[in-house]
Design a protein around this ligand. Structure first.
Ligand code: ZN
Length: 150
């Protein structure tokens, strides 16, 4: 599938993450793992987190698919490492709002590089690509809590 026409600076940032994904590896000491795919586009993401107490101690992913899906999850993992769980939830919520066209969310600095994906909200079939990593994250955060022995 074609990559939507986005602002060229943002386009470069997306391609840069796609070509050199951050945190793309197996996480040996993960505490939770979620595997999701987007059959419409053929995107696949396996997200692995190590949750310690109330924060994300480490996060890695493996996967394949279009530049939007893979760049989004790369940006997401670099942003989330070390974050408190409620902060991570906040980022997921803000990003989802941005993907639904919320202009204030698109300017929110807490989204970091992820703001490069704001233009994707104009391409309904690609929104699912951009959100796949965050869907995996939200599932992982739920499971991480459910599996908490305390
Ligand atoms: Zn895709």
């Amino acid at each position: 599938m074609e990559t939507p026409q986005l602002n060229s600076l943002y386009q470069q940032l997306i391609l840069e993450h796609y070509r050199k994904p951050r945190n793309k590896a197996e996480l040996e000491d993960k505490t939770v793992e979620v595997h999701l795919n987007n059959p419409v586009c053929g995107d696949e993401i396996r997200l692995q987190l190590r949750i310690e107490d109330d924060h994300i101690a480490d996060v890695k992913f493996t996967g394949q698919g279009c530049s939007i899906s893979q760049a989004a999850v790369s940006m997401m993992t670099s942003l989330l490492k070390g974050k408190q769980l409620d902060e991570a939830q906040g980022v997921a919520q803000r990003f989802t709002e941005m993907m639904h066209g919320d202009e204030a969310a698109a300017k929110d600095k807490s989204l970091g590089d992820l703001r490069a994906l704001a233009g994707v909200s104009k391409f309904p079939v690609r929104i699912k690509c951009a959100l796949l990593g965050f869907e995996a994250l939200q599932k992982a955060l739920k499971q991480g809590h459910a599996g908490d022995p305390r």
